[in-house]
Design a protein around this ligand. Structure first.
Ligand code: SF4
Length: 439
């Protein structure tokens, strides 16, 4: 098997919140964030450009050629790093999920990397409307970030992949921008409707899909065209809302896969994903756990500097107390589905100073011992538990981002004040780190 081949650049197309077309959401480690561009440097955007043309933009062709040659492209650095750390990268996940092999790719690809393969898998993000402002996100992901982002940076402007975004005040005095409204484009809807008969899988993420009308419009088009029964819809949703209409629509689809963006219990979740309420989230998680068989679900746990100590406690709670039957019931991922936040670096676990990394190590050892001696847990689960902690620890130790500590402290302290929260309530281990800042 090729060590770098991934089916994504052949079968998949991804649209960012601002409509820019990119390689995939994992390919965001370069300054260009994996965005596909015209020769003049402007991004391909789903609001104005053709998916078929974007598919054969120079970046896409070069990534394909590299994969066929067994070479890692810079854009795929995140998968490369995760695989080196023993984590399951998206590349590995997609290789298992899709019946599209290296042999198929060789057959379908011209020497310059051009393809005519139909996309059967889309990542569609209809804007940035979201009710949360998670600490590892920003205004491109959620409009709820605008005020605090502008106040912290002392500016109403920031860069996104399509260019500079300027937030303006509306008549109610709130900051807004129309830069994420690309989905009003008729040409996009014409293109996507033509593709619906061939689509097998659609991934939808934040903004928060449950709040976004265009998401429902898309589901309706799939149902109305008679193709919903062939389509899997996969979400990342923050679990603050599960409207009855979406539950009705889901019954029509082949499969619904719900990645629940939950990375802690109680105040840890409320801290990282402000202003979520744990009680509301747990109610919706319990509802999802009881949905029909065409729905699968998992906890999509994002490991950051804010919840790295909490991770094993959450896993143990999931195993022993959640009572869930459906959520993370697969034999491959029977506890949680975790990933580390690579960016922004100010939330990345690699920024911890060496003495805190050692504390993480000791803390994980304590939980490994606790699980190893628990008579209620079987050996397979114990192994999975250790594997998750080992992979997170290895990722943390593999690099040193401690130059980001001052930014981590400054940003955390600002948000704590703005949100009336306190880092030490959720990570008491950081007392010494924050003592000098007056937190
Ligand atoms: S290897 Fe990873 S980053 Fe590259 S296209 Fe595949 S999933 Fe995306």
């Amino acid at each position: 098997m090729s060590k770098t081949f991934c089916p994504i650049p052949w079968i998949f197309q991804a649209v960012r919140n601002n409509g820019d077309i990119r390689v995939c959401c994992q390919a965001n480690v370069t300054p260009n964030q994996g965005v596909v561009r015209h020769p003049d440097g402007t991004s391909y955007n789903a609001g104005r450009d053709s998916f078929d043309e974007a598919k054969n933009a120079e970046l896409m062709k070069s990534i394909r050629k590299n994969m066929l040659d067994g070479v890692w492209s810079e854009e795929c650095g995140r998968c490369q790093q995760e695989e080196q750390a023993g984590l399951e990268s998206r590349r590995i996940y997609e290789l298992k999920a899709w019946d599209y092999s290296l042999t198929d790719a060789k057959r379908d690809t011209l020497p310059d990397g051009t393809i005519t393969v139909r996309s059967s898998y889309f990542d569609l993000r209809f804007g940035n409307l979201c009710n949360l402002a998670c600490r590892m996100c920003g205004p491109t992901d959620s409009h709820t970030w605008y005020e605090q982002w502008a106040e912290y940076h002392g500016s109403n402007k920031y860069q996104d992949t399509h260019g500079e975004v300027e937030l303006k005040r509306n008549e109610k005095g709130r900051l807004y921008t129309a830069d994420y409204d690309w989905h009003n484009s008729e040409s996009f809807w014409e293109q996507i409707e033509k593709n619906i008969p061939y689509i097998q899988h659609v991934y939808m993420a934040g903004g928060e899909p449950m709040m976004i009308e265009r998401h429902y419009e898309f589901l309706n088009k799939c149902i109305g065209s008679g193709h919903a029964g062939n389509i899997t819809i996969e979400y990342n949703t923050n679990m603050t809302s599960l409207p009855p209409r979406v539950l009705e629509m889901w019954k029509q689809f082949k499969q619904i896969r719900v990645g629940c963006s939950i990375d802690g219990m109680g105040e840890v979740l409320e801290y990282q994903r402000w202003p979520v309420k744990w009680k509301q989230a747990i109610n919706n998680l319990n509802k999802v756990d009881n949905l029909p068989d065409n729905v699968t679900a998992w906890v999509a746990f994002t490991v950051t500097a804010y919840n790295i100590f909490h991770l094993p406690e959450f896993m143990l709670w999931k195993l022993k107390e959640s009572g869930w039957k459906k959520i993370n019931s697969s034999p491959q991922k029977p506890i949680i589905t975790h990933h580390v936040a690579h960016g922004p670096k100010r939330a990345n676990i690699r920024l911890l100073p060496s003495e805190l990394k050692l504390k993480v190590h000791n803390h994980y050892d304590y939980y490994k011992f606790k699980v190893a001696t628990d008579p209620d847990l079987n050996e397979k689960i114990k192994k999975k538990f250790n594997k998750i902690l080992d992979s997170v620890e290895k990722y943390m130790m593999d690099d040193d981002y401690s130059e980001k500590i001052p930014e981590f402290i400054k940003f955390t302290t600002y948000l704590d004040k703005a949100r009336k929260q306190n880092i030490l309530d959720v990570v008491p281990q950081y007392e010494e780190l924050f003592r000098t800042t007056g937190t």
